[in-house]
Structure formats: structure tokens, C-alpha cells
Ligand binder design. Structure first.
Ligand SMILES: Cc1cc2nc3c(=O)[nH]c(=O)nc-3n(C[C@H](O)[C@H](O)[C@H](O)COP(=O)(O)OP(=O)(O)OC[C@H]3O[C@@H](n4cnc5c(N)ncnc54)[C@H](O)[C@@H]3O)c2cc1C
Length: 478
């Protein structure tokens, strides 16, 4: 492949768009091949529609609790078709900036078609050979469907179809209590559906810090989202418009019925049908194997985004796409995942950064400091009437310097209003390897949620703790 394009990017989702734009901005000829719609999963079936639906649900919830502020708004009436129409309007607005004309203006050649590899240096688009010196595979992921007997015979929903509903389910059954399942479960509940979630895991959100996951479980239960954990779905059936899940928890058997079924049991990388074997690209269980420069096992072929299975988030896909492009055009950049926040957009949000407390204890024993600040101590949260939540910071002494300055941030875990934004203060501190005390030293405006970050960091010091005796009482009572 010596003529034609310097770089061909396969897949126009977040990773592919990032890779193509970086390559074009550096003055190289780049081709972007997309088999479906530019924008990928995040724009069409993922982040954008789910967050739009959650936003509608948040409004319904706010109206329902307005009475506690002395505002009577009457009964909440949900116009479900209108809610879904707005979800699609939001998608269209965002997709507009990811279309072929914007990309052409940025110097990217876009081709609609399915790309395959017929050999290590033989790229085809819809079977036609295309010359490119480097190929970046950004083919993303799709819903993983569990091998539940009968599931393939019933009309279940996934994130690819749930946003096309025009009738609100009376009772939505959700298989999968991960971030996607819980976000959608809460949104539908707030929009007026009954919702039941089942999962085989024994504890909710096992990747999250246990304190945070416990609060999340309590909050969702209080809103009426029924979550059953530690259950196996033994069979799925559908008859007369009713879905029936046959469940088992140890010796106990249970049947759940609903009029809609959502499967949200994780993601699978899109590696099939790409010709990876012919191209000798190594695939592992989680996806295409890459090194820190996003190079696969085959010279000249790189990969980025969900297809690598490293971190299934839009911000990670964008980051990796840019690194892959840099590598493809001869620059030296390496992926560094030391500081990657992620957010589950339940309301309130759950934010995750770095090590959880059990992970930190496994790595550092008792040589860690944990500060906890309940949202009851954050005046802004009291003003908003949203005091259920926690900011938790975990630090570790630095070599030689020990716990000076509160130590270095190992992790921060939050659940509460604005958590998804607040976590970034900890991320910057972690990235800069700053003493956690810098967060406590920085004057934060009153009364903001961000002041909670300063207050939480202050808990790492005796003075901070001394001014917060009541906090410890709150925690003890919790
Ligand atoms: C419901 C849901 C909610 C989510 N919410 C969030 C969130 O709030 N925040 C967050 O960070 N992440 C979120 N995610 C994850 C996020 O959507 C993904 O991490 C991200 O979209 C991955 O981008 P990607 O470019 O790797 O893949 P994709 O966006 O999947 O793009 C891959 C593209 O490749 C194309 N393609 C595949 N094979 C070929 C081929 N052979 N030839 C040509 N084109 C091909 C596909 O058509 C697709 O357009 C969510 C995901 C879901 C499902």
C-alpha cells in the first residue's frame, strides 16, 4: 500500500472521528470508512439518547418533589411520545456536527461502506481494494446478549432499540444492573413505568466503591426501582404481549412479568467479519490486543476505542483514537490510563476515579487515608434539598515525604448532585500528582457543590476534621 491514503480509519464513531480529525489536522490524506451512521454508538444509541432521556426523567422527578419547596404543580403528566421525540431531536442536533460535510471541511475523505482486511496490507471497502499505508480499526462494540434459554425467541430491547419506543412500558423488566441498566431503569421509573432489574451479581455496581454502591442501591430502591441480585435468568418467554422471566436464586424460583424487556448485560467488541485472521491481528477475550501506542500485532494496523475492550467510554475512545492517529503519522505518544474518571448518570450521578477503598487497601495495606464527606455537610446540597450522597477521597503518602500535605490522591468516589463534574477536581490533582491538601487550600466559592471538594479534602487534616464534628456523627448514624 504505497499510494492513496496515508491513513484509513475504519469506523466513524468517537474513536474513528478523533483519529481521522487528528490525521487530517496534521496535513495527511485520511480516509474514513463507515458502514452505518457517522457518530457511532455514543451519538445514536448510547450517551446522547440515554442522557436526554435521563434529563426528561429528571424534570418529571423535580416536578414531583416541587411541593417540598412550597410549589404545587399538580400531577406530573408524561407525554411519552414527546419525550422520545425530544431524545431524537437532541441526537440530530449533535449528529449534525459529525456529518460528512463537516469532516470534508476538516480535510477528511468519507466513504460509506463496509471495510474488511483481506491480508496484512490489503484493505477492501465493499470488496474493492483501497490503498492506505496505515489502517486504524475503530469498529466499536455491540450489546452482549446472554445465553438465556428462549431469549432469542422473544422481542427484547437493547440500547439499539429502546430509544425507538413510542409507548411507555407499564412494567419494564431489565436484565443487567450495570451502569446502562440502572441509568435506564431509573429514567423509566421516573417517567412512570414500573421497573424490575435482575442481575446475577451479588452486589450492586461491583466496580464502584462499596460505600458509594450501597447509597446508590438505597436511592434507587426508595424511588421504586426493584433490583434483584444474585439471580439467574433460567428462561425468557413471551406470550400475548407479556414477557415472562423465570428466575432462580439458590433454591428459590421466581417469575417476573412485564410488557417490555431490556437486555443490558455488557458489550462485545466488533471483531467478527473484519478479516482479522487474514490480517494476522491478534484478538483477546476483551477485544483487539494493542500496545500503549495502539499498535496491533500487525505492522501498520492500529486499533482504538471499544473494539480494544480497554475502557468502554467515549472519552477513552476519543483519547485512544488520537493516540492511534499520532502513532500512524509517526509521532510518539503513549496511552496512560492512570487518571481516567468515569460517571454513571443515575440521578444523583456516581463518579469514579482511580482506586476504590478495597483496591487501595489491597495495594497499600493500612498505609492509606480515607476522608468521607456526606452531602449533608455541603450547604448547596441542603439548599437544593439533595443531601443524600457522599464524597470519598483516598490518599497515600508519597515516598520520603509521607503524608505531608494530605498525601497523593489514589482515588475519589462520589455519589451526589454534580458528582460527575466535581470528580474532575480530584482528577486534576491526581494528574498533577499534587498533594491532596492543595484542594483544601484552594478557596472555593460559597455556596457551590464544588465547595464539597474542598471540605472533603480538608477532612484529611486535623483542623478540617475538628470543624466537622457533626459530620462524623452523621456518618456514624448512617
Ligand atoms: C446506552 C449507552 C450509554 C452510554 N453512555 C456513555 C456515557 O454516558 N459516557 C461515556 O463515556 N460512554 C458511554 N457509553 C459508551 C460509549 O458509547 C462508547 O464507549 C463509545 O461510543 C465507543 O466509541 P467507538 O468509536 O469505539 O465505537 P462506536 O461508537 O461503536 O463506533 C464504531 C463504528 O464503526 C462502524 N463499523 C463497524 N464495523 C465496520 C466496518 N467493518 N466497516 C466500516 N464501519 C464499521 C460502526 O457502524 C460504528 O459507527 C454508552 C454506551 C451505551 C451503549
Amino acid at each position: 500500500m504505497s499510494e492513496g491514503f496515508e491513513v484509513a480509519v475504519i469506523g466513524g464513531g468517537t474513536a474513528g472521528l478523533g483519529a481521522a480529525q487528528v490525521t487530517a489536522a496534521a496535513g495527511h490524506r485520511v480516509l474514513l470508512v463507515e458502514a452505518g451512521r457517522l457518530g457511532g454508538e455514543c451519538t445514536w444509541n448510547g450517551c446522547v439518547p440515554s442522557k436526554s432521556l435521563i434529563e426528561a426523567a429528571r424534570h418529571a422527578h423535580a416536578i414531583a418533589r416541587a411541593e417540598s419547596f412550597g410549589i404545587r404543580a399538580g400531577e406530573v403528566a408524561v407525554d411519552f411520545p414527546r419525550v422520545m421525540a425530544r431524545v431524537h431531536e437532541t441526537i440530530e442536533r449533535i449528529a449534525r456536527y459529525e456529518d460528512a460535510s463537516h469532516l470534508a471541511a476538516a480535510g477528511v475523505t468519507v466513504r460509506s461502506g463496509r471495510a474488511t482486511l483481506a491480508g496484512p496490507s490489503d484493505l477492501r471497502v465493499d470488496g474493492e481494494p483501497v490503498a492506505a499505508r496505515r489502517v486504524i480499526l475503530c469498529t466499536g462494540s455491540r450489546p452482549a446478549i446472554p445465553p438465556v434459554p428462549g431469549l432469542d425467541q422473544v422481542p427484547y430491547l437493547t440500547n439499539e432499540t429502546v430509544f425507538d419506543l413510542t409507548t411507555r412500558p407499564r412494567h419494564l423488566l431489565v436484565i443487567g444492573a450495570g451502569p446502562i441498566g440502572l441509568e435506564l431503569a431509573q429514567a423509566f421509573r421516573r417517567l412512570g413505568s414500573e421497573v424490575s432489574v435482575v442481575d446475577v451479581v451479588d452486589s450492586l455496581l461491583p466496580r464502584e466503591d462499596p460505600d458509594i454502591a450501597r447509597i446508590a442501591g438505597d436511592l434507587l430502591a426508595d424511588e421504586g426501582v426493584r433490583i434483584r441480585l444474585g439471580v439467574t435468568v433460567e428462561a425468557a418467554e413471551f406470550e400475548g404481549g407479556t414477557h415472562r422471566l423465570r428466575l432462580r436464586r439458590e433454591a428459590e424460583q421466581l417469575i417476573l412479568e412485564g410488557d417490555a424487556l431490556l437486555v443490558a448485560t455488557g458489550r462485545r467488541p466488533n471483531v467478527e467479519g473484519l478479516g482479522l485472521e487474514a490480517a494476522r491481528v491478534r484478538v483477546e477475550r476483551r477485544g483487539i490486543a494493542v500496545d500503549e501506542r495502539m499498535r496491533t500485532s500487525t505492522l501498520g494496523i492500529l486499533a482504538a476505542g471499544d473494539v480494544t475492550g480497554i475502557l468502554p467510554f467515549t472519552h477513552a475512545a476519543s483519547y485512544q483514537g488520537r493516540i492511534a492517529a499520532a502513532t500512524a503519522i509517526g509521532q510518539r505518544r503513549r496511552a496512560d490510563y492512570r487518571v481516567v474518571p468515569w460517571v454513571t448518570f443515575t440521578d444523583p450521578e456516581i463518579a469514579h476515579l482511580g482506586l476504590t477503598e478495597p483496591e487501595a487497601r489491597r495495594q497499600h495495606g493500612d498505609d492509606i487515608t480515607v476522608a468521607r464527606l456526606p452531602y449533608t455537610a455541603v450547604d448547596r446540597a441542603v439548599i437544593q434539598g439533595e443531601v443524600r450522597g457522599l464524597i470519598k477521597v483516598i490518599t497515600h503518602g508519597r515516598p520520603v515525604l509521607g503524608n505531608l500535605g494530605g498525601g497523593e490522591v489514589l482515588g475519589a468516589h462520589l455519589i451526589g448532585p454534580g458528582a460527575g463534574d466535581l470528580v474532575h477536581e480530584f482528577a486534576v490533582a491526581m494528574q498533577a500528582r499534587a498533594f491532596a491538601g492543595r484542594l483544601a487550600q484552594t478557596i472555593h466559592a460559597y455556596p457551590t457543590m464544588a465547595l464539597g471538594v474542598q471540605q472533603a479534602a480538608a477532612q484529611l487534616f486535623p483542623q478540617g476534621r475538628a470543624t466537622a464534628g457533626d459530620l462524623r456523627e452523621e456518618l456514624a448514624a448512617d
